[in-house]
Design a protein around this ligand. Sequence first.
Ligand code: SF4
Length: 281
Amino acid sequence: MTVKRKVVRSSVMGFCMGVKAVMSKVDQQLEIKNNSDLYTYGPLIHNPQVIDKLRLQGVKSIESPLEADGGTIIIRAHGIHPEDRKEFVDKGYEIVEGTCPRVLKSQKTVSRYSQEGWFIVVVGDKGHGEVKAIVGCANDYVVILSKSDAEKLNLPEKALVIAQTTLSKVEYDSICGILLRKNPSVKIIKSICPATRLRQGSLKKLTNEVDAIIAIGGRNSANTKRLYLSALKSGIPAWHVEDVDELPEEIFDFKTIGITAGASTPDWLIDRIEKALKEDK
Ligand code: SF4
């Protein structure tokens, strides 16, 4: 028996502003350069299908200027440590700025306060590219991630706290609460990007309208994983898929299916999965 299926898209999903901007810069460069000597500084986004497509188009990911003989390097939305940027410039690479304006703003804030002698507390994952780009602008700093890290911290008089843009606001607020209790004069910067919150908010509404959820995005995309977990938490069946071949058989038994996608999932992948879900089975 064929089930007539309805697929409902989350009202906010897919590429965020920063990713959209850097992806369009890649397209522009591909048109100008026809892919000769075109590089990205590390994998551009957390999506294996996009990375594969770029590789097929001849765009290579490198992390050091020594990995190639010069050319054009596109900085990803996460940004780049200033010393790494300088190395690329010194080796003669042409830089295409893809750093998200929100990350650039965090870098500028940290630079300015560091020059005035402030101690910088970055709340985030120290292995994340954005955090590396931000601490590269600080003189004296620490990176913390948890409330217990915050409890252990000894803060000097002039301390500035800033978050990785993709951190959860609830987590950041609770960490800032601890730091403020220790040092009431600590300066808190509201650097969290609304992209994650908006995607989570629209997913919450969607879970009330559908029977099951498909969260689309790379397994290495933390925000897609969080969307998937939120859908599961809402009590309806949910799956995290990267592409059509991962759609589970059971999904085709539901009449109304909701789809959401992380901030690094391209439209073409969302469209492909939507089409597959609507096909007769
Ligand atoms: S999540 Fe926000 S800060 Fe990060 S790249 Fe996207 S728009 Fe920029």
